[in-house]
Design a protein around this ligand. Structure first.
Ligand SMILES: [Mn+2]
Length: 424
């Protein structure tokens, strides 16, 4: 963790400017009938989970260029996640990936407590082979033609639940790479039947207070067909499994130009939205930092979430899922957490009564203008004040760089070599 005196010293150099900016924004918002203190309280209540795998350099199909001080294992990853939360006060939980993060649950709990974190959804891994496994996933896992391979994949998911239970997680995210690379290679219908049958066995092992998230992805690693390729298939899966099954929306897992906010609204309507994997993309599943390419789309997703936030039983797991190739992963995750929180606050300051009036009167121009007015509002002072009040950093990246944390961990973590990223 970073010495709190460094964060305090950093904040002291920015406190006066922040107070002026916050007061000015507060006066502007008050003229629009918006209470800045209520927004700051909402910002402070917001949290998004860090993916353990995001703390290392991801890489692409072509290469991985690791940075200095890469985490050696889950304990180092938890240290890095602790630093991100210390600086942002917006990332209170970590999402683990099994078997990458496998460790004694008692030690995981102890470490998480030490760095002030809890655990979000568990993630199973049946998209690559482990050295000691009996059956290969080359041609699929939960939907494989071979019953023993499907059974192995089911048992792995049940093990993820068992580990999760021991550390206080309450959800399992299932994403499979199953599909086909050639037309005719597989029966599109029977492959899905086999998947559902296997998922029912996983579902049967869910504790009462757990949920299972079905994460869809349009393509890759299968390039002709993917078993759970879109939100329709994901919804069918969740509906067939039962009330503890919901859908997870990864922002990068859709065809280009798909209206993701519309999917969000539909899944909430069905009572089947369970959570998100936030990231951004220009072309496909790029896994770029949240809000870097299309911050308006991120805002529109949160616009739906805020509009429908009073929906009974709506309980969302907000998680980041990114791959960092050319940046320091801690800095990218800091920026992403802040951008996601920004979209939430911008959506929260919208004049919804006015918007509803414009909708009723079919005033499309003013309805769109109402959204833009919220999106264009610079809420930095609110986010900064939320961090200051939580003893986090007004400028978290500046504080991170001033702390020298990366150089310190690089001195004790051996230099990492290539290897696969495995980002989903
Ligand atoms: Mn994902």
């Amino acid at each position: 963790m970073i010495d709190n005196s460094i964060i305090k010293a950093q904040n002291d150099t920015r406190r006066t400017d922040l107070t002026a900016d916050y007061d000015a924004l507060g006066a502007r918002l008050a003229r629009r009938g918006v209470d800045i203190e209520a927004l700051t309280a909402r910002a402070m209540s917001f949290g998004v989970a860090i993916p353990s795998w995001g703390t290392g350099t991801g890489g692409t199909r072509f290469a991985r260029f690791p940075g200095a001080g890469e985490p050696r294992g889950i304990m180092d990853k938890l240290d890095d996640c602790g630093v991100i939360h210390q600086l942002t006060a917006a990332t209170p939980r970590v999402s683990l990936h099994i078997p990458w993060d496998k460790a004694d649950p008692a030690l995981l709990r102890e470490k998480a407590q030490e760095v002030g974190l809890g655990f979000d959804a568990m993630n199973s891994n049946t998209f690559q082979d482990q050295p000691d496994q009996a059956h290969s996933y080359k041609f699929g896992s939960l939907s494989h033609t071979d019953a023993a391979t499907r059974r192995q994949a089911v048992e792995h998911n049940l093990e993820c639940i068992e580990i999760g239970q021991a550390i206080g997680s309450r959800a399992l995210t299932v994403w499979i790479g199953d599909g086909s690379n050639f037309p005719g290679q597989t029966s599109l219908s029977r492959q899905f039947d086999r998947y559902l049958e296997a998922m029912k066995q996983v579902y049967a092992g869910l504790p009462d207070d757990w949920r299972i998230f079905s994460e869809h992805k349009i393509y890759e690693p299968a390039f002709y067909s993917t078993v759970v390729q879109d939100w329709g298939t994901s919804l069918m899966t969740a509906q067939e499994l039962g009330p503890k099954a919901q859908c997870l929306v990864d922002l990068g897992h859709h065809a280009p130009n798909v209206n993701i906010e519309m999917i969000v609204a539909r899944l909430i309507r069905a009572g089947k939205l369970g959570g998100f994997h936030f990231n951004d993309s220009k072309y496909g599943d790029d896994d770029l930092d949240a809000g870097t390419i299309d911050p308006f789309r991120l805002f529109l997703v949160f616009n739906e979430l805020v509009e429908l936030e009073d929906t009974p039983d709506l309980d969302l797991s907000h998680m980041i899922d990114q791959s960092h190739n050319v940046t320091d992963p801690i800095e990218s995750l800091i920026i992403s957490a802040v951008e996601i929180q920004r979209a939430f606050v911008q959506a929260s300051l919208m004049d919804r009564a006015a918007l509803e009036g414009f909708r009723q009167n079919n005033d499309a121009l003013m309805a769109a203008a109402t959204l833009r007015a919220a999106f264009r509002t610079d809420v930095d002072p609110i986010l900064q004040m939320a961090r200051l009040r939580a003893d986090a950093a007004i400028d978290p990246v500046a504080a991170f760089r001033a702390s020298g944390y990366r150089a310190q961990v690089a001195a004790r973590r051996p230099k990492s070599t290539g290897g696969g990223g495995g980002i989903v």
